[in-house]
Design a protein around this ligand. Structure first.
Ligand SMILES: *Cc1c(COP(=O)(O)O)cnc(C)c1O
Length: 457
């Protein structure tokens, strides 16, 4: 066996061991950082170690410190699993190691990216002419889309950011809903746009269109960007797109939609009404590593105006073999980049149109099962209208809720995140793993009931 064969064989064997334990292992990690560090060893060896041995050492040292994020009972943050087809394709992305930034240099990946782009726009009901960039996550997608937005609204105001920079430019107003994701603010900071103006939201976190209209009253003609949201991380709620986009466009704003996990509501006839009117926006963010269950890291940036994205992201270089049809590096902030479209293509090809719809509907049904089950736990209260994949639960006081989260993690059957929503400590449940079943939800509800009983007693 040559060294590559041996290393891949050990990687495969260790991965299979991991997947064997995944359904039943405790979800939290057993070992803290220090223990894994000690097992890895901190001295850089002077001499070589065979690749297969290195893979085994890594697997053995890390195993106790791994959180079972791919467990069917992991409901923390918003973390998708890894669908088998996507995982297999992701391994090939590493094996083939194509630097996928130029269309003509990597024809195979360019073809896969083209097909995937078409499928995504079709499934999501977005304009067929839109540009699609495959980035690391929703944060970078928000950055990419908002870079195109910033440059476009300033260009309309007679200012070319690409040559003149931001210093001395007209002020770009950015309006966001009170409950936008924090990474929107981060992306705006990267872009030199500062802190956004906050528009009020309703009890589920949906932007208040009347307040948005009032805030935009004196904006007509000036450079303005409005950021809306598909899928609030606490409530799962969607902004009222049809109304909000119309109001924003009347003021001449660029409208961006952050739908890191919620954009895929558009892919199911059962949930499509949640995003009604969102297709009239100018750019959209989603993650493939959340609802679509592609391994990390994979985000998607969609911009209606190809030229706007291209002018924000493209570069010139004598060594670039560019293609008239456009190159991948013109859709993303990076130059060198892994073949990120491969796992997205694979999961879409494996599930098909109906399979993606089923996935979304299953997540919603399991979230509803959580809502109904939590209602029967003494002292528990569901705080949100469960209209998508998120359930927010509180127990009496903040102290009690935090204690229930600790007891639940100690129990190990399931993982749910502690968070704060509307000034209350909450247990946040996000359903987003392809392998989660009704039985997993039942077992997780039992664990939550045990944690609540132990805490109350
Ligand atoms: C997760 C999330 C993000 C950030 O996504 P990353 O993939 O972690 O960069 C942004 N917006 C929303 C609504 C999210 O749920």
């Amino acid at each position: 066996m040559n060294e590559t064969d041996a290393a891949l064989a050990r990687a495969h064997a260790n991965a299979l061991t991991w997947f064997d334990t995944l359904p039943e292992r405790a979800v939290p990690a057993r070992a803290p950082v220090a223990e894994v560090t000690a097992a890895l060893g901190t001295d850089l060896p002077d001499g070589p170690t065979p690749a297969a041995g290195v893979v085994d050492l890594l697997a053995t040292a890390c195993e106790p410190g791994l959180v079972a994020m791919g467990s069917p009972r992991f409901f923390g943050f918003v973390i998708g699993g890894a669908h088998p087809a996507a995982l297999g394709a992701d391994w090939l992305a590493s094996a083939w190691d194509q630097n996928s930034f130029l269309r003509q240099v990597t024809p195979a990946h360019s073809a896969v990216e083209d097909v995937t782009r078409g499928w995504l726009l079709d499934l999501l009901g977005l304009p067929a002419e839109a540009a699609v960039g495959f980035v690391t996550g929703a944060t970078m997608s928000n950055f990419t889309c908002l870079a195109a937005a910033r440059d476009a609204v300033l260009r309309r105001a007679g200012w070319d950011v690409g040559t003149a920079g931001l210093t001395g430019s007209p002020r770009v107003r950015v309006l966001v809903g009170r409950e936008r994701h924090d990474t929107v603010d981060l992306a705006l900071r990267y872009l030199g746009l500062g802190t956004p103006e906050v528009v009020d939201a309703d009890d589920q976190g949906r932007i208040d269109v009347t307040a948005l209209e009032a805030a935009l009253a004196d904006a007509v003609g000036g450079p303005v960007v409005v950021v809306l949201q598909a899928g609030n991380v606490h409530s799962g709620a969607f902004d009222p797109f049809a109304e909000a986009v119309a109001v924003a466009h009347r003021a001449g704003a660029w409208v961006h939609v952050d739908g890191a996990f919620g954009l895929f509501a558009a892919a199911s006839p059962a949930t499509r009404d949640r995003v009604r009117g969102y297709e009239d926006a100018d750019s959209w963010t989603t993650d493939a590593h959340k609802t679509l269950n592609v391994p990390y890291d994979c985000g998607i940036a969609i911009v209606r105006d190809r030229a706007a994205l291209r002018s924000a992201m493209s570069m010139a270089g004598d060594y670039l073999i560019t293609d008239e049809g456009g190159d991948q590096f013109e859709t993303v902030p990076e130059s060198s980049r892994r073949a990120r479209a491969l796992p997205v293509w694979a999961v879409l090809r494996a599930l098909g149109r109906d399979g993606v719809a089923d996935l979304v509907e299953r997540f919603c049904a399991l979230a509803a099962q959580f809502r109904d089950g939590v209602a029967e736990i003494p002292g528990a209260e569901v705080l949100n209208d469960v209209e998508f994949t998120q359930v927010c639960v509180a127990f009496g006081s903040d102290e009690l809720t935090q204690a229930v989260v600790r007891a639940l993690l100690e129990d190990g059957t399931a993982w749910m995140s502690g968070s704060r929503w509307h000034d209350r400590a909450v247990v946040r449940i996000a359903v987003s793993n392809w392998s989660t079943t009704a039985e997993d939800v039942r077992r997780s509800l039992d664990a939550l009931r045990r944690a609540a009983a132990a805490t109350a007693g």
